[in-house]
Design a protein around this ligand. Structure first.
Ligand SMILES: [Zn+2]
Ligand SMILES: [Zn+2]
Length: 425
C-alpha cells in the first residue's frame, strides 16, 4: 500500500503525507524540495486562471502588439509576425522554434488543461485524463511566454533609438497574460486529478510531512516522473497516467554527457559566427553575440547589454559547467554537500530557458525592421547554432537525475555498515 506515502522527486526520500493547514506547503526533510501544497478551492482557482489565460492569449494574438514608425513608413507587428519573418528570410529552423515555444506550446497547454479541468469542475472526468496530463507536463518546460515577454521588452528598448515605437492593445493583454499564465501553471498539479490520501493523523505543528527512514528505492518503490504517484517497482507503467516507470532516469549520466558535449560544440559557431546584421541606409555590418553586447554598452544601453550578456553568454556557460560538475561529482560518488548540489540542479533547470531570449529578440527585430533601404535587420547563421545549443542544454538538464546525487550517499553508508559488521563479526 503506497497510499499516504510520497517520495521526493529530487532525492527519493520517503515521507508520510500528513494534512496541512491551508496555503501551507510540505517540503522534503532531506533536500527541501517542495512535496505538496494545500491550496483551498484549488480546482476552481486553477480553472479560473486557465480561462483568463486563454482569453488573454486570444486577445494577444488577434491584434497588433507593436508598430514602428520610421521615415514616413509604418511597420505593424502581430505576435505571429516574428516566426513568419524568420521563415521568409530562410531561417525556418529558428522560426519554427519561436512559433512552437511562444505560441503553439502555450496555447496547447492552456487548452489541454481546460479540457481536463472543465469536466472535473462539473464532477466528470475527461476521457484519457492520464495521457493528456502526461502531455501537458511534457510541454510545460517548452512553453516560454515569460522569456518571450523579456525579448519583446528588450527589442522595444533597442528600437527606441532607431524609430518611433507605439505599443498596441495586444501588448497590454500579453503583459497581463504573463503573471496569469505563471499562476495557472503553478496551480496545475496531479493532486487536482488524483487527490492525496492523508493518514488519519492530526496536522503536524510545522506543517511538514514525516520522513520515513530510507529512500523509496530501498523500499522497492518507484515514483512516476509525471504525476508523482508512488508505485511498486514491479509495474512497468504508471497505473494513473500510463507514464513509463524507471527507478532512475534511464542512462542519465551517458545521455547528459553526450548532450553536453553536443551543446559545447554548438556554442563555438554560435559565438564565432555573426548572429545578426543591422543594415542602415544600405550599409551594414554583421555582429557576433559578444559584438552585439559591446555595441549595446557603447551606445549607452548598458542595462540591456548586461541582460543580453547574462542570458546569452553567462547562462549557457554556467549551465554547462554546473551540469559537468554535477556529473563528475556523481561519477566520483562524492558525498560533498548533497543539499547544495540538488539546489544547484534546481537552479540550472530553471535558468536554462532564459537563454532563448536572444532568439526571440532576433525574431521580433527581423519582422519589425524590414524597411528595405532605410533599416533592415537580418538574422545570421549563428542564431541557428545558438538556438540548437539552448535546446540541447535544456534537454541535457532534463535527462540528469538529481536522485543520483543521493544514491551515492546511500551506497557509501551501506559500505560503511558492511565494513563495520565485518570488523565486529
Ligand atoms: Zn528531497
Ligand atoms: Zn503517473
Amino acid at each position: 500500500m503506497t497510499d499516504g506515502l510520497i517520495a521526493c522527486h529530487e532525492c527519493d526520500a520517503l515521507h508520510r503525507l500528513s494534512p496541512l493547514p491551508e496555503h501551507a506547503s510540505a517540503h522534503c526533510a532531506c533536500c527541501d524540495a517542495r512535496l505538496y501544497h494545500n491550496q483551498p478551492k484549488a480546482l476552481s482557482r486553477s480553472l479560473a486562471l486557465h480561462l483568463a489565460a486563454l482569453g488573454l492569449f486570444i486577445i494577444a494574438n488577434s491584434f497588433p502588439f507593436i508598430s514602428l514608425k520610421l521615415g514616413g513608413r509604418v511597420e505593424t507587428d502581430m505576435l505571429l509576425s516574428g516566426p513568419l519573418a524568420l521563415f521568409a528570410v530562410g531561417m525556418g529552423d529558428i522560426g519554427l522554434l519561436v512559433l512552437l515555444t511562444s505560441i503553439i506550446f502555450p496555447l496547447l497547454t492552456i487548452t489541454a488543461a481546460l479540457y481536463l479541468l472543465l469536466p472535473l469542475h462539473f464532477g466528470q472526468r475527461a476521457a484519457a485524463t492520464g495521457a493528456v496530463f502526461r502531455w501537458i507536463q511534457r510541454l510545460m518546460p517548452w512553453s516560454l511566454l515569460g522569456v518571450f515577454m523579456l525579448g519583446v521588452l528588450i527589442a522595444i528598448v533597442k528600437l527606441l533609438d532607431l524609430a518611433q515605437i507605439e505599443v498596441g492593445i495586444s501588448l497590454m493583454a500579453f503583459a497581463a497574460l504573463l503573471p496569469v499564465a505563471v499562476l495557472a501553471q503553478q496551480s496545475f498539479d496531479s493532486s487536482l486529478f488524483w487527490p492525496h490520501h492523508f493518514e488519519a493523523v492530526a496536522a503536524s505543528s510545522k506543517g511538514a510531512s514525516v520522513l520515513i527512514s530510507g529512500r523509496a528505492r530501498q523500499h522497492g518503490l518507484v515514483t512516476c516522473h509525471t504525476c508523482a504517484y508512488l508505485v511498486d517497482e514491479k509495474h512497468w507503467n504508471c497505473p494513473r497516467c500510463d507514464e513509463h516507470l524507471h527507478m532512475r532516469k534511464p542512462d542519465a549520466l551517458a545521455r547528459t554527457w553526450a548532450l553536453l558535449v553536443t551543446a559545447s560544440l554548438l556554442l563555438i559557431p554560435a559565438n564565432v559566427l555573426p548572429i545578426m546584421t543591422v543594415i542602415r541606409f544600405g550599409q551594414g555590418d554583421p555582429s557576433t553575440i559578444l559584438g552585439g553586447v559591446v555595441h549595446l554598452i557603447a551606445a549607452g544601453m548598458w542595462p540591456l547589454g548586461l541582460i543580453v550578456f547574462f542570458a546569452s553568454i553567462m547562462v549557457p556557460l554556467t549551465k554547462l559547467l554546473a551540469l559537468v560538475f554535477l556529473l563528475v561529482s556523481v561519477q566520483r560518488r562524492s558525498g560533498w554537500r548533497p543539499e547544495d548540489r540538488t539546489r544547484l540542479y534546481r537552479i540550472t533547470e530553471i535558468i536554462g530557458s532564459w537563454s532563448m531570449v536572444d532568439i526571440f529578440i532576433i525574431g521580433i527585430l527581423t519582422s519589425l525592421v524590414s524597411l528595405d533601404a532605410i533599416a533592415t535587420i537580418r538574422p545570421g547563421i549563428a542564431a541557428s547554432y545558438f538556438a540548437a545549443a539552448v535546446v540541447v542544454t535544456m534537454i541535457a538538464a532534463q535527462s540528469f537525475d538529481p536522485r543520483l546525487i543521493w544514491d551515492a550517499l546511500d551506497e557509501e553508508s551501506t559500505q560503511k555498515r558492511v565494513l563495520m559488521e565485518k570488523s565486529y563479526g
